[in-house]
Ligand binder design. Structure first.
Ligand code: GLN
Length: 538
C-alpha cells in the first residue's frame, strides 16, 4: 500500500483568496523539513486545458517541460519548490470527461450506464492518486479550483470525500481557505461567512481539519476560539493568513502560525527537523533591501491584467534580488505605441522587454518598441512573439525589406521572415497542437547567451506555431543580426542577437517559465544587470 499522504485544499466564501500560494507555502515548509512534496491543481472548467483561453480569462498559460499547457498556479508551485511539474499536476473537468468518454467509446465500461458517480469521480480519484503512486512523493497536495458550493466543483468535492474515507484520517486531510471580512462600519471582523462555507462543505460530507483565514486584520484569540468552536476544528487549526506585501513572505507567515506543524500532527507524521529556509530567506533579504532601482518597460497587449505576464513579473523579482536592485515594471500597451510617441513612452526606461503573444493586435507597436530599443542602445529582450518582432524590425529597417512580416499577421506577405513551421501546416485543431515544452538548443560561442548560460547545449520551454525563416538567415547575419541559438535537430533558430548593440537578445522560447527563487533564470539575471548598467551610466 502506498504511504503517500494527501492534503486537499478547498476554498470558500470568495474566489481569489490565494489557494495556490497557501498550497505552495505549505509545500515549501514541508519540503524545507525534508519531505518530498508535489502540488496538483484540479480546475472545474470544461476546457481540456487553459491553452485555448484568452489571457484575460485566467491570466497566463503556464507551460511545463513535458509540454502541458497549464494553470498559472503551477508556475507558483515550481517557483516555490524548485521542482518540475508535469501534465499530471493539472487536471480539468474537460480532460476528465474527455478521458471517460473515450473509454466509453472503446467499450471499456462493459455495457454499464456511465455516470458522474462513480465514473467521473473514479477518474478524478485516479488522477489524484496517480502522483502519489509514482512513489516519488511523501505528500501530495491537491488544490481544488473554484469555491465550495459551486455546481461545477461538486464531483471534485465528492471525490475528496470518498478518498478521505478510503485512505483514512491519518493519510488525508482537508484545509479550507476562507475569508474573514472586516466591516469598517461596525469596526469588526466577521466569522459568519466562514461558518456558512464550512457548513456547505459539511453538507457534502467533508469536515475541514484546518481553517486558513484570509484577513486584513489580526484575528484575536477570542475570535480564533469562536471560529474553532463553530467550525468544528481545534483551536490550533485556525490559521490566520493576513495580507502580505509579497507572496514570498507567506511561507514564513505560515511557519509562524504553525500550519506545517498542525498538518504533520494531523497526518501522524514525524515533525522531523526544523524547516531549513536559509536560501529562501537570503533571497527575501536581498529582495527587500535593494541598493538601486531599474525601470523596465513591459510591452504587451494584455497589460491591463497583470496575471497575463505572471511568470515574467516573477522572473524580474528573482533576477532583481540576485542583482540587489528593485525592478520597477512599466506596463506599456503595444497598441498605443507609434513613431510619434515612442520616445515619450519609452524614453525613461533602462531596458525594454517585448512580450509573447498571438494575433495581429498591437504588433506594429511592438515593432516600434524594438526599433527604439535597438537605435537607442537600450537593453532589449524579446520573448517568443517579441523575438519574432525583432526579426521583422531588423528585416524592415536594416535589411530594407519594407514588407517583411510574419505569415501569422499577413498570410499573403511576399517576405515571410517569420513563417508557419512546416509540421504546423496541416494542423487545424487549436488545442494542444503548438510546438510545446522543452527542446534542445545549441549555443554559439562568443555570444551573450554563451556567457550567460555557460553551457553548450541548453533546454528551454516553448509554445509557438511560427518560426524564424532560415531563407533570410544569410542576409540577416550579414547585416548584423546573428543566430546564436539553434535547435540541433531541426536547425530552427531559437535565439538572435545583435553584437554591435550592448545587449540585444531575442529568444523563441520562454525563459520565464524556468525561473525560481532557488534558481533565478540566468538570462533574466543578466538582462536586469544590463539594465542596471544602463541606469548608472546614462
Ligand atoms: N504567435 C507566435 C507563434 O505562434 C508567438 C507565440 C508566443 O509568443 N508564445 O509563433
Amino acid at each position: 500500500m502506498s504511504t503517500t499522504k494527501y492534503i486537499f485544499v478547498t476554498g470558500g466564501v470568495s474566489s481569489s483568496l490565494g489557494k495556490g500560494i497557501i498550497a505552495a507555502s505549505l509545500a515549501k515548509l514541508l519540503q524545507a523539513r525534508g519531505y518530498r512534496v508535489t502540488i496538483q491543481k484540479l480546475d472545474p472548467y470544461i476546457n481540456v486545458d487553459p491553452g485555448t483561453l484568452n489571457p484575460y480569462e485566467h491570466g497566463e498559460c503556464y507551460v511545463t517541460d513535458d509540454g502541458a499547457e497549464t494553470d498559472l498556479d503551477l508556475g507558483h508551485y515550481e517557483r516555490f519548490l524548485n521542482v518540475n511539474t508535469s501534465q499530471a499536476n493539472n487536471v480539468t473537468t474537460g480532460r476528465i470527461y474527455q478521458s471517460v468518454i473515450e473509454k466509453e467509446r472503446r467499450g471499456e465500461f462493459l455495457g454499464k450506464t456511465v455516470q458522474v458517480v462513480p465514473h467521473i469521480t473514479n477518474e478524478i480519484k485516479e488522477r489524484i492518486q496517480h502522483l502519489g503512486n509514482t512513489g516519488e512523493y511523501d505528500i501530495v497536495i491537491t488544490e481544488i479550483g473554484g469555491t465550495v458550493g459551486d455546481i461545477e466543483s461538486l464531483p471534485y468535492i465528492e471525490s475528496v470525500r470518498q478518498l478521505r474515507w478510503e485512505l483514512g484520517d491519518d493519510n488525508a486531510l482537508v484545509i479550507h481557505l476562507t475569508l474573514v471580512p472586516y466591516l469598517s462600519a461596525a469596526g469588526e471582523l466577521k466569522t459568519k461567512p466562514t461558518q456558512h462555507s464550512v457548513k456547505t462543505l459539511m453538507e457534502s460530507g467533508i469536515k475541514a481539519d484546518i481553517l486558513v483565514c484570509r484577513t486584513e486584520h489580526d484575528l484575536s484569540d477570542d475570535l480564533r476560539r469562536k471560529l474553532a468552536l463553530f467550525c468544528n476544528v481545534k483551536r490550533e487549526a485556525v490559521i490566520q493568513s493576513i495580507d502580505a506585501s509579497t507572496i514570498y513572505d507567506v511561507p514564513n507567515m505560515m511557519l509562524e502560525e504553525g500550519l506545517d506543524t498542525v498538518t504533520l500532527q494531523k497526518l501522524g507524521m514525524e515533525n522531523k527537523n526544523e524547516p531549513d529556509l536559509t536560501r529562501w530567506n537570503q533571497f527575501l533579504k536581498r529582495h527587500k533591501n535593494p541598493k538601486g532601482t531599474v525601470k523596465i518597460g513591459l510591452i504587451g497587449k494584455y497589460v491591463e491584467l497583470q496575471d497575463s505576464y505572471k511568470s515574467i513579473l516573477e522572473s524580474f523579482i528573482h533576477a532583481g534580488a540576485e542583482n540587489e536592485v528593485s525592478v520597477e515594471v512599466k506596463y506599456i500597451h503595444s497598441e498605443y505605441i507609434n513613431k510619434n510617441n515612442a520616445a515619450e513612452k519609452l524614453g525613461d526606461l533602462d531596458a525594454v522587454l517585448v512580450a509573447p503573444g498571438f494575433g495581429e493586435r498591437g504588433i506594429e507597436g511592438k515593432v516600434e518598441a524594438v526599433q527604439y530599443a535597438r537605435e537607442n542602445k537600450l537593453p532589449f529582450l524579446g520573448i517568443c512573439l517579441g523575438m519574432q518582432m525583432a526579426v521583422i524590425e531588423y528585416s524592415r529597417n536594416v535589411l530594407g525589406i519594407a514588407d517583411a512580416n510574419s505569415s501569422e499577421m499577413d498570410p499573403q506577405t511576399a517576405n515571410p521572415v517569420i513563417n508557419l513551421m512546416e509540421d504546423q501546416k496541416n494542423i487545424t485543431d487549436m488545442g494542444g497542437t503548438m510546438r510545446l515544452g522543452s527542446w534542445k538548443c545549441e549555443v554559439k560561442p562568443n555570444s551573450i547567451i554563451a556567457r550567460v548560460y555557460n553551457q553548450q547545449t541548453i533546454e528551454e520551454r516553448h509554445r509557438h506555431r511560427y518560426e524564424y525563416n532560415n531563407k533570410y538567415k544569410e542576409q540577416l547575419e550579414k547585416a548584423g543580426m546573428v543566430a546564436t541559438g539553434i535547435n540541433p535537430d531541426t536547425q530552427l533558430v531559437e535565439v538572435v542577437e545583435v553584437p554591435e548593440h550592448p545587449w540585444f537578445v531575442g529568444v523563441q522560447y520562454h525563459p520565464e517559465y524556468k525561473s525560481t527563487v532557488a534558481s533565478p533564470h540566468p538570462l533574466f539575471v543578466d538582462f536586469v544587470r544590463a539594465a542596471h548598467e544602463h541606469a548608472v551610466t546614462k
